[in-house]
Design a protein around this ligand. Structure first.
Ligand code: ATP
Length: 275
């Protein structure tokens, strides 16, 4: 269908350097991706093809960024979707969207002369949730189609497809998805520690006029304990807005501290609103 067009625009190349912290996740991901890159060796050793990687962890920690970086690292095209796009009233619609997604990935890769494609499905638990026995859900067919697509991937395929799924509720996933030959690798993407937060703040400070004589991002990282990468990006952005409103030239430590409070408050109001 035409619904997904906006998301399949040529993605800006994303590299692992643009992702702050997450050192362990990055390393595990690169190790897994090397299975895709070193095709000849893989077949020589008779190793089963890597079909799926599952990224698990809280929202806003960089799972989408990691999937995009995985596509650049393997010189693949990137196609992104969200689990909720496949939930439909009518039986079979979700399944046919899955089929279309894989088909589109193969066609796009072939058209661009790439030998592989990365398909990223965020909120994979929405389609891959546990099937509880008798109760048939309309989207069981969607999950079955996803399993069929995964089972149909072979090492010698050209283009090769790699599915990357993301969820923050791994325990909800149907065991069929977690079996070897489906999501072969599970990589945890956690909230960043202080070092990670400093790194992320630095990345998002790059195009911003910081008062370098005064600003101490390590201190901001200390004050933002428990923040995700997405929240830290917001902190930098809100600080820039405060600085601009004051007609200042530069972003100061005070602007950054105010921004931390703002982002923290925002989270609280969001949570209250959804109660
Ligand atoms: P969700 O599960 O909610 O989809 P996610 O884990 O996929 O979240 P991303 O979409 O990758 O999170 O991150 C959202 C935004 O937050 C990014 O576009 C980026 O600006 C910022 N961000 C998150 N994590 C990082 C990180 N590790 N380094 C730099 N920026 C980050």
């Amino acid at each position: 269908g035409g619904e997904r067009k906006t998301k399949s625009r040529p993605a800006k190349p994303m590299s692992f350097d643009q992702i702050g912290g997450q050192e362990r996740a990055k390393q595990e991901l690169v190790e897994a991706l090397d299975f895709l890159v070193k095709v000849d060796q893989i077949s020589k050793f008779g190793i089963r093809p890597l079909k799926g990687i599952l990224l698990t962890g809280p929202p806003g920690t960089g799972k989408t960024l990691l999937a995009k970086a995985a596509a650049s690292y393997t010189d693949s095209i990137y196609l992104g979707a969200s689990g909720s796009e496949f939930v439909e009233m009518y039986v079979g619609v979700g399944a046919s969207r899955i089929r279309d997604l894989f088909k589109e990935a193969r066609q796009k890769a072939a058209k661009q002369g790439k030998s592989s494609a990365v398909i990223f499905i965020d909120e994979i638990d929405v389609i891959g949730g546990k099937r509880d026995g008798g109760q048939q859900r309309e989207y069981d067919q969607t999950l079955n189609q996803l399993l069929t697509e995964l089972d149909g991937i072979h090492t010698s395929d050209s283009p090769r497809i790699l599915l990357i799924g993301a969820t923050n509720r791994k325990e909800m996933l149907d065991s069929a998805l977690l079996r070897p030959g489906r999501f072969d690798r599970h990589i945890g993407v956690d909230l960043p520690d202080k070092k990670g937060r400093t790194h992320i703040l630095n990345i998002h400070a790059k195009n911003k006029p910081l008062d370098l004589e005064e600003v101490n991002l390590e201190k901001i990282a200390e004050e933002s304990f428990g923040f995700s990468g997405a929240q830290l990006e917001s902190v930098m952005n809100e600080a820039a807005i405060y600085a601009m409103r004051e007609d200042g030239e530069l972003i100061s430590q005070r602007h950054l501290s105010m921004a931390i409070d703002k982002v923290m408050m925002g989270e609280r109001t969001d949570r209250e609103a959804t109660k």
